[in-house]
Write a protein that binds this ligand. Structure first.
Ligand code: ATR
Length: 274
């Protein structure tokens, strides 16, 4: 019988996950189908239960349900526990196993696809929300010299660094102190710029010579943060399309036991610009 998977979110119409997973399934000859489910905001658990009753084997969970997916999962991976959020569900007996593949996706995109090794480098994550939280443990595992976070609301960065302390050394830097620091890899994990151009609160001096700037957001044209980096003289940068594809591959491997090649899917979703 064909195994069923789906992405669940609200809204979910724009999600590229069905295209990505269909391409993975074709390439790895898996007998599966992958759909898209928009759950009412107050009915996440009921919608997931219905999908399970219909034979659903796994789900990708997107905004705004990652915390509810965490609460719903009966067992969880260490990285899901550290992130406090679940973006991938796998059917396990009569319950769900929860994982979080977002952080591994960022790390793999930066290191394997863009060739930027984090070991021994000074890494700064901008933001202290769920997206920042989810990537800190995988980033720490890559052994950077410094792993720092900076957030508009300093207290959230302090709290996140404290939460991470048992797992990883994360330095919370107040915005006012950022001007004195330079970083080799700067990752934007904020939602600044998602709803149009705003003034970004970080000094343009955070980028060390030869720095790599990464935005977890992706778009067909350069994002606000990547334009900010370019104006500051940064020449190496990438948006989060690769992260999206890599986190999907990580989930696919969890479900199917086979890791798909991501490069063809990247080319499919972003043909080389003329
Ligand atoms: P997510 O789960 O996507 O991380 P979130 O928890 O709402 O979403 O976090 C959004 C992040 O973007 C926060 O770090 C937020 O900063 P605050 O904690 O100060 O709110 C950051 N953010 C949003 N808009 C921003 C802006 N205009 N400038 C700087 N940071 C911004």
């Amino acid at each position: 019988m064909t195994d069923r998977y789906a992405v669940i979110g609200n809204p979910v119409a724009h999600s590229k996950s069905p295209v990505i997973h269909a391409a993975f399934a074709r390439a790895t000859h898996q007998d599966m189908e992958y759909g898209r489910i928009e759950a009412p905001r107050d009915a996440f658990a009921a919608t997931v239960a219905r999908f399970a009753a219909e034979g659903g084997r796994g789900m990708n969970v997107t905004v705004p349900f990652k915390l509810e997916a965490f609460a719903l999962a009966k067992s969880k991976s260490a990285r899901a526990l550290a992130a406090g959020a679940v973006n991938t569900l796998k059917r396990d007996g009569d319950g769900w196993y929860g994982d979080n593949t977002d952080g591994a996706g960022v790390l793999r995109d930066i290191e394997a696809n863009h060739g930027v090794a984090l070991a021994g480098r000074d890494v700064l994550v901008l933001g202290a929300g769920g997206a920042a939280r989810g990537m800190l443990l995988p980033l720490a595992a890559a052994r950077p010299r410094t792993l720092a976070i900076a957030n508009r609301t300093a207290s959230r960065a302090d709290a996140l660094a404290r939460d991470m302390a048992p797992h990883a050394k994360v330095e919370a830097i107040p915005l006012a102190a950022l001007g004195a620091r330079r970083f080799d890899v700067i990752i934007n994990a904020t939602s600044a710029g998602l709803t149009g151009d705003v003034a970004l609160p970080w000094p343009a001096t955070i980028f060390a010579p030869g720095a790599f700037a990464y935005d977890i957001v992706y778009a067909d044209t350069p994002t606000l943060f990547l334009r900010f980096a370019k104006d500051a003289g940064v020449t190496r940068c990438a948006d989060g399309l690769g992260m999206l594809i890599e986190q999907a591959a990580e989930g696919f491997a969890l479900w199917r036991g086979v890791r798909p090649d991501t490069a063809p899917v990247f080319a499919l979703l972003r043909p080389p610009r003329a």
